[in-house]
Design a binder for this molecule. Structure first.
Ligand SMILES: CC(C)(COP(=O)(O)OP(=O)(O)OC[C@H]1O[C@@H](n2cnc3c(N)ncnc32)[C@H](O)[C@@H]1OP(=O)(O)O)[C@@H](O)C(=O)NCCC(=O)NCCS
Length: 146
């Protein structure tokens, strides 16, 4: 499968980027369009994974400090799960972090995604917050110094 991972650039790529976030991470819990964005989007690094000109995976890197970054809003379209797309997006986000001098990545994984991040070398730290009264999150970290 020919997957291209890139930053969203055109208005259509940006639309597809936020739309996939919303469809996977917000719509199933009845959340309105717009709820998939926060107020730091302009300061983040965004990636899309494309197949046949359609966005099938997304992810975002934000910067917590000069040495720590955070991965958020990882989502892969249902028909494309378990094909290595999530791994590709995380790897590209990690490479961007390394290029920016980041030494540690933190994230808050939804409970069903903890195993995915563990496969990619993330260490389970502790329970963190509960989203929409039902989605338990777990704080996970990875050192990029190895
Ligand atoms: C979690 C998610 C991003 C994973 O993306 P994906 O493209 O399906 O994952 P990949 O195919 O790249 O999987 C990489 C590895 O993790 C494993 N894996 C993937 N999802 C997993 C899961 N939920 N639990 C355990 N292992 C998982 C794969 O089997 C693969 O293992 P391998 O190293 O043996 O090949 C995707 O399933 C998704 O969007 N889920 C719904 C939204 C979500 O929960 N996002 C995360 C919010 S924190």
């Amino acid at each position: 499968m020919n997957i291209i991972v890139k930053q969203p650039e055109s208005p259509e790529e940006l639309r597809q980027y936020f739309d996939l976030r919303w469809r996977i991470l917000r719509a199933p819990w009845g959340q309105p369009q717009g709820s998939e964005k926060d107020d730091i989007e302009d300061h983040c690094f965004h990636l899309i994974a494309k197949h046949n000109n359609q966005t099938v995976g997304v992810g975002r890197l934000s910067y917590n400090s000069a040495t720590e970054a955070q991965i958020r809003y990882m989502a892969v379209a249902e028909d494309y799960e378990r094909k290595g797309i999530g791994r590709m997006v995380v790897r590209y986000l990690e490479q961007q972090a390394i290029n920016s001098g980041i030494s540690t990545i933190v994230l808050h994984a939804r409970e069903p995604a903890v195993g995915f991040y563990q496969r990619l070398g993330y260490h389970l730290e502790e329970k963190s917050y509960v989203l929409f009264d039902e989605i338990q999150h777990y704080r996970m970290t990875k050192s990029l110094m190895a």
